[in-house]
Ligand binder design. Sequence first.
Ligand code: PMP
Ligand code: GLN
Length: 388
Amino acid sequence: LVARMRPFGETIFAEMSRLAVEHDAVNLGQGFPDTDGPRSLLDGAARRIRDGVNQYPPGPGRPELRAAVAEDRRLRYGLEYDPGSEVYITVGATAGIAAAVLGLIEPGDEVVLFEPMYDSYAAVIALAGGVRRPVPLRPGPAADGGRFAFDPDELRAAIGPRTRMILVNSPHNPTGTVFTAEELEVIAGLCRDHDLIAVTDEVYEHLTFDGVAHIPLATLPGMRERTLGVSSVGKTFSVTAWKTGWVMGPAPLVRAVQTVNQFLTFTANGALQLAIADAVRDEHAWIRAQRDSLAARRDRLSQGLRAAGFEVLRPQGTYFVMTDIRPLGFTDGIDFARALPRTAGVAAVPAQVLYDTTAEGRHLVRFAFCKRDEVLDTAIDRLTRAFS
Ligand code: PMP
Ligand code: GLN
């Protein structure tokens, strides 16, 4: 294994899912739903496969999906992209982010990002020979919900002469924070002042609660021309195995993604792309119902965790809830999460592994609530019993 990848072992999601299987635990670790996406989406894909749509789609993606993505972006956010040159289909958001970093970061370039961070970011920046400059998100007082936010001065201080890119994930995994217009304006101002490229991971764009709305960074003044927006189908339509995503941005930035991606995966999921195009266009009611249902399940799991003794930090989006384990008498989330499948029959994810430079996540553990009510209730029962 090359030296720059040696720090990266098995991903935490794979490790915790493996432990969950070993101990027959309820898996609230790795984030994937236990119910299916819209019927029309599943049937649409099956029909295309039966009808013989089984050969390579065009490298940049099926025109139908690129058009549907562009139209959706325009209708929901007022952002206009040319489907022919400014929308590009990838193997999930993961490949889109990887191709963006590999195509735009020279060795030694710095990438500013927020920690805790989704685990693929650090690995692809390392592959590109880039340098990570993490800025911590910290929880506010638990009594006010414990929303995680950054300190604008710390963000400013992270930017230097070698900074080339800022990678922004909102709604944010694992904290559940949805950045406000004011927070985004701080980021946008720094991008404009320092001529930075922004890559925005928006895979949870539809999963926001309590009337909080997702705002793409590209909608802020001067940002469309320097932002690559990334999203995907997995979270929106509960089909995480489908690994189909899209990158949207000005043509020169999308060309950089394309140049790299044509040699990584070349193209993605032909028949699925046609079914996804229909769902992106038509399944708005399904998305609304899913969002309401997830909000209710967030509340159900949060209440249960609180009753079991955790301090619960309220997420505004995604399908994860962060907890502080110190009220239960524990301090090390990694030890706690490694033991939990065996001791309680529940799997979770320790947030510390998603931090890069600080120990601020040591006592934080993430639980996924994208599960059926009875599954959440079983987990709550088990945790309550384990810690009473
Ligand atoms: N970014 C974040 C923040 C995620 O949580 C995930 C999925 N778990 C991804 C990217 C990957 O998305 P995809 O499956 O579309 O590659
Ligand atoms: N995004 C999912 C999570 O945060 C897992 C993705 C993965 O396993 N790589 O749990």
